[in-house]
Design a protein. Structure first.
Length: 295
């Protein structure tokens, strides 16, 4: 009996060590595509879920409860044979220490998504060579999710993942697909990862770290001090705004955090929000109605 218990313990330990990094739900929405035969989209959805959730993306060991929660939604708007066009929405979250709350970390929509796909074709990533825009785009965002998550736990902790995302960009630049080159606009994959890794925008990553590890994660100890740290992180973004008012990273942060910021500063102990609201109105005027709800 003792040997059986020991064996079960070893098996459980092995399962935990082999647990994947992500707990990701991938949905393929093809409602805009006419026709009754939707099997190819269901096959694609199943294949993507297996690819993302079963692949080892890092060398780190993640316990089951440490897996990163994320969602990828592929919306197909056009189909011509094996060619597909649409957009992809990426969302990720992570737990706040000593609570059951999941805080949104990354919320991004990529409108320039096109790819070829033949039903049942294997999905494999070759990081040294571009082979599939579908695999490259999804893998790029997986590494971005991993990097953003790591940055919330350690200052610049996501660098290794962002570097791998940037390598995918480099490999894809001669593919002919939109989104991989500097000329593809301010909301492209190229611009996103280039700015994340640029020293010019280093305060963005400092803000991620301060907001989460020094702010939200300590909310259970001292709510007022945590609010101060979160306000400081907004001040870091304001510094970016002062020199780069149209920086994509400002929108990336606010698309994930706007509602949460309102909730944080509309509850709990009093905090003077005058300067905070000033900063928020400048950084993200599109959310002005939300900022006005902060008391």
């Amino acid at each position: 009996m003792r040997k059986i218990i020991q064996l079960l313990g070893i098996l459980l330990f092995t399962v935990q060590l082999n647990a994947q990094e992500l707990k990701c739900t991938i949905t393929v929405n093809a409602d805009k595509i006419p026709g009754s035969n939707k099997q190819v989209f269901k096959t694609l959805e199943n294949s993507l879920n297996e690819f993302v959730n079963q692949k080892r993306w890092t060398k780190s060991n993640y316990l089951p409860q440490e897996r990163i929660n994320c969602n990828l939604t592929l919306t197909i708007l056009e189909q011509t044979g094996d060619d597909f066009k649409g957009h992809i929405q990426i969302q990720s979250s992570r737990p706040v220490f000593n609570s059951t709350y999941l805080t949104p970390v990354f919320n991004f929509k990529d409108d320039d998504f096109s790819f070829k796909y033949v039903e049942y074709e294997p999905l494999q990533l070759n990081e040294n060579q571009f082979e599939s825009n579908l695999v490259s785009v999804v893998s790029f965002y997986v590494y971005t999710i991993l990097g953003m998550d790591a940055d919330t736990f350690a200052l610049n902790g996501g660098t290794p993942f962002f570097v791998r995302a940037q390598n995918i960009v480099v490999q894809a630049q001669q593919s002919g697909y939109i989104g991989w080159n500097q000329s593809d606009g301010s909301k492209s994959r190229f611009t996103l990862i280039d700015n994340i890794l640029s020293p010019t925008y280093s305060l963005f990553r400092s803000a991620l770290y301060t907001y989460h590890l020094k702010g939200l994660d300590l909310m259970h100890q001292d709510k007022k001090d945590s609010k101060q740290k979160i306000a400081e992180s907004i001040g870091m973004l304001k510094t970016i705004y002062d020199s780069r008012p149209n920086a994509i990273l400002l929108r990336v942060f606010m698309d994930a955090k706007a509602d949460e910021i309102v909730n944080i500063f509309s509850d709990g102990p009093y905090y003077d929000t005058f300067k905070l609201k000033e900063d928020l109105l400048k950084i993200s005027p599109l959310n002005s109605s939300k900022w006005n709800d902060i008391k």
